[in-house]
Design a protein around this ligand. Structure first.
Ligand SMILES: Cc1cc2nc3c(=O)[nH]c(=O)nc-3n(C[C@H](O)[C@H](O)[C@H](O)COP(=O)(O)OP(=O)(O)OC[C@H]3O[C@@H](n4cnc5c(N)ncnc54)[C@H](O)[C@@H]3O)c2cc1C
Length: 380
């Protein structure tokens, strides 16, 4: 009998996990990978979509139809219930049982936590939201713009900073910058807390461009009709255009499975095992203490894959989630910097900043193309 491995979610974590397992053991495994979407979309592509660098969603979607790996069956189904004790999963198409269950369903958005934030309308963290703002921006005639985060933790901590810098360029190009203000509201104490150097560079870039950064503050509500957002400190900001990051948390289906505490799945941060034996949580939905980002989901997935492979070979499970990752940061004008963050090696998280360079722009393209090639066999 082949070991049945069920992976929920074909995002950064799920794709890397199924690919690693397939590479090592291929047809000796019975891997089922389930996702409700039509294809994979990189998080950073949402910014490209919103600012019109790509024409539409189809241009950034990598169809699951091109995912073909020995031993892996990818099913397009929506997960509707998870029973972690029985390792049984219900979808809109049926019931799946397995020997090893990996939940990698990412972070979902809880807009009910912030009155006035509407999915697919005034936020850029979902694809429909970024797509909708792409249709709103060309009609914007200048005014007060608030890029606002509704709660922490949220995925890709630098993304709101990138949004503010890219928005600056967009408004300059349209001749609207003099008629506009940009305020970035963020519950974190600095743009990228583990890396003071990165935060300093971003704060300097904001100052040069007249972008106001409000640290340790979150959006409490949005009132589009009154052209105003309320902050958690009770103050209000004038706002003609809101570009939001909704409160993040694990999807409802994960919460109702009983696997979460305070909205996230507790795990051993180094092995990703949940309190249910043989059940792992990988990626944004797992509470590891490390940032919620694709590179961290990938590192976690590789560790889980290595330990599953060892377990099946009867060897010791020694792989550890590195909690280390490198994120590219758009500084505007297509200039890219990079921050390397290490969460687990020392007594506290550390970060190293690499300033804007042409080489990093090429590196970022390579980051995308290597994943496209590894997961989908694409050559560009
Ligand atoms: C604007 C923005 C910019 C970003 N930039 C970067 C960056 O530069 N670098 C970086 O590393 N990270 C970046 N990220 C973060 C990155 O996208 C996520 O952290 C990463 O995708 C998390 O991987 P994951 O596997 O946990 O979840 P995901 O990649 O989100 O995958 C989860 C999958 O689960 C599926 N799913 C969810 N619910 C169900 C269900 N009920 N049934 C079936 N399938 C379901 C979804 O369709 C999805 O495919 C960015 C994010 C945003 C929003």
């Amino acid at each position: 009998m082949k070991t049945r491995i069920l992976i929920l979610g074909a995002g950064f974590g799920g794709l890397e996990l199924s690919t690693s397992l397939s590479e090592a053991l291929g047809d000796r495994l019975d891997i089922t990978l389930i996702d409700k979407a039509e294809g994979f979309i990189f998080g950073f592509s949402k910014l490209d979509l919103m600012f019109g660098r790509v024409p539409n969603e189809a241009a950034i979607r990598h169809s699951y139809a091109s995912y073909a790996k020995p031993g892996v069956t990818l099913l397009r189904e929506a997960v509707t219930a998870i029973d972690p004790e029985a390792k049984r999963v219900t979808t809109d198409a049926g019931v799946h049982e397995c020997d090893i269950l990996v939940v990698a369903l990412g972070a979902d958005y809880d807009v009910s936590a912030t009155p006035g934030v509407v999915l697919g309308r005034n936020e850029f963290y979902s694809v429909p939201g970024a797509g909708h703002l792409a249709t709103v921006l060309p009609g914007f005639a200048g005014g007060d713009v608030v890029v606002g985060v509704c709660g922490a933790p949220y995925k890709c901590p630098p993304a709101p900073s990138e949004c503010a810098l890219m928005l600056h360029d967009y408004l300059v190009n349209r001749g609207l910058r003099d008629r506009s203000t940009i305020t970035l509201v963020n519950p974190l104490p600095s743009p990228v807390p583990p890396s003071p150097e990165t935060s300093k560079a971003l704060l300097e870039a904001f100052a040069e461009r007249g972008i106001t950064f409000m640290a340790s503050t979150r959006i409490a509500s949005v009132d589009e009709a009154a052209h105003r957002v309320m902050l958690d400190n009770g103050n209000a900001l004038a706002c003609d255009l809101f570009m939001g990051v909704p409160k993040n948390r694990a999807a409802d289906v994960v919460v109702s499975s009983g696997m979460t505490e305070n909205g996230w799945v507790p795990v051993d941060p180094r092995t990703l095992e949940t309190k249910y034996p043989g059940v792992f949580a990988v990626g944004d939905l797992a509470n590891t203490g490390a940032p919620k980002a694709g590179v961290f989901a990938e590192g976690a997935a590789r560790a889980v894959a290595a330990n599953i492979i060892s377990r099946l070979r009867g060897e010791a499970e020694t792989a550890k989630n590195p909690g280390f990752g490198s994120c590219y940061i758009e500084f505007g004008a297509e200039r890219i910097a990079r921050v390397e963050v290490d969460f687990f090696s020392g007594p506290k998280p550390t970060g190293t900043f690499y300033g804007v360079s042409e080489a990093l722009r090429v590196d970022k393209q390579l980051f995308g193309s290597t994943r496209r090639s590894r997961w989908f066999g694409m050559t560009v």
